[in-house]
Design a protein around this ligand. Structure first.
Ligand SMILES: O=C(O)[C@H](O)[C@@H](O)[C@H](O)[C@H](O)COP(=O)(O)O
Length: 237
C-alpha cells in the first residue's frame, strides 16, 4: 500500500537543504539494504539547488559514491556539454565533485551522441540501458502547467509506452526531449515531487486535488509519494 505525504517548509532554501538531507539518508539506507542505490535526477532550478545543497552536507561522506547509480527522469535533447542539458547542470552542481563510477552515471543520450539527432533511437537506447529499473528514489520538479519530467498535460507523447520515450514539440524549450514514461516513473519505490515558489501553487493544488489530467497527479511511487514543497508552492492545496 503506497502512501502520499506532503511536507511543507518555509522557503526554497530550506526546501533544497531538507530534500538534500533526505536524499543523502535515503542513499545511505538503500546501500545498507541492497548494497547500491539507484537515484533518478531531474532538471530545473529546484533540482540544481538540491544538488548544490548535497555538496554542502557533511553527512554525504557516509555515502559510497562508487556504488550509486544515477539516472535521469528527462533530458533536453541537445548536444553533449550544452549548458541547457540537465546532465550538464547536474555535473556542475554536484556530480563533478563526487568520486562516482563513470559507468554508473547513466546520462540520457545527447543529440550528437551515437544516434545523432534521432530522439526515438536515443530513447530506445536509454530503455535498453535501464533494463527493468529498480529506482530507490525518483525526483521530479513540477511545472506551472502540472508537467513532470518531460510529460506535459494534454500532449500525446505523454501517453507513450516504453521505458524512455522521445518527446517532440515540447511546450517548454527545447522542443525535443527524452523522458522516462509515466509507467516507468510509477515503478519507482519513492517518487519525490519537489516544488518551490508561488508560480507552482495552482498546479500543485490541482495535482494534490487529484486532477488526473496532470502528469504530476499520476506520478506516484510504489511505496511512497512525497510532495516536498515550500509554503508558496503549497498555498493552494
Ligand atoms: O528538463 C526540465 O526542464 C525538467 O526536468 C522539468 O520537468 C522541470 O523539472 C520542471 O519544469 C520544473 O523546473 P523548475 O524547478 O525550474 O521550475
Amino acid at each position: 500500500m503506497s502512501e502520499t505525504v506532503v511536507v511543507v517548509v518555509p522557503d526554497a532554501d530550506v526546501l533544497a537543504s531538507s530534500v538534500a538531507a533526505r536524499l543523502v539518508t535515503s542513499i545511505i539506507d538503500a546501500q545498507a539494504v541492497r548494497g547500491r542505490a539507484d537515484v533518478v535526477l531531474t532538471g530545473g532550478r529546484v533540482a540544481a539547488k538540491v544538488l548544490r545543497a548535497v555538496k554542502e552536507l557533511p553527512a554525504s561522506a557516509a555515502i559510497d559514491w562508487s556504488r550509486v547509480d544515477l539516472w535521469w527522469g528527462d533530458e533536453r535533447f541537445l548536444p553533449s556539454g550544452d549548458p541547457d542539458r540537465n546532465e550538464t547542470q547536474a555535473r556542475e552542481a554536484l556530480l563533478d565533485a563526487l568520486p562516482l563510477d563513470p559507468a554508473r552515471v547513466h546520462a540520457m543520450p545527447a543529440s550528437d551522441g551515437p544516434d545523432g539527432d534521432d530522439a526515438e533511437a536515443a530513447a530506445a537506447r536509454y530503455s535498453t540501458e535501464a533494463g527493468t529499473p529498480q529506482f530507490d528514489v525518483l525526483m521530479l520538479g513540477v511545472g506551472e502547467d502540472g508537467h513532470v519530467a518531460s510529460l506535459f498535460p494534454g500532449h500525446p507523447d505523454a501517453e507513450k509506452a516504453g521505458t524512455a520515450i522521445a518527446v517532440h514539440n515540447s511546450p517548454k524549450p527545447p522542443p525535443t526531449r527524452i523522458s522516462l514514461s509515466l509507467a516507468t516513473i510509477r515503478s519507482a519505490k519513492e517518487v519525490w515531487l519537489v516544488a518551490a515558489g508561488p508560480d507552482k501553487a495552482v498546479s500543485v493544488g490541482a495535482a494534490l486535488g487529484g486532477d488526473q489530467s496532470l502528469p504530476a497527479a499520476r506520478a506516484t511511487g510504489t511505496s511512497r509519494t512525497l510532495w516536498l514543497l515550500d509554503t508558496a508552492a503549497a498555498a493552494k492545496r
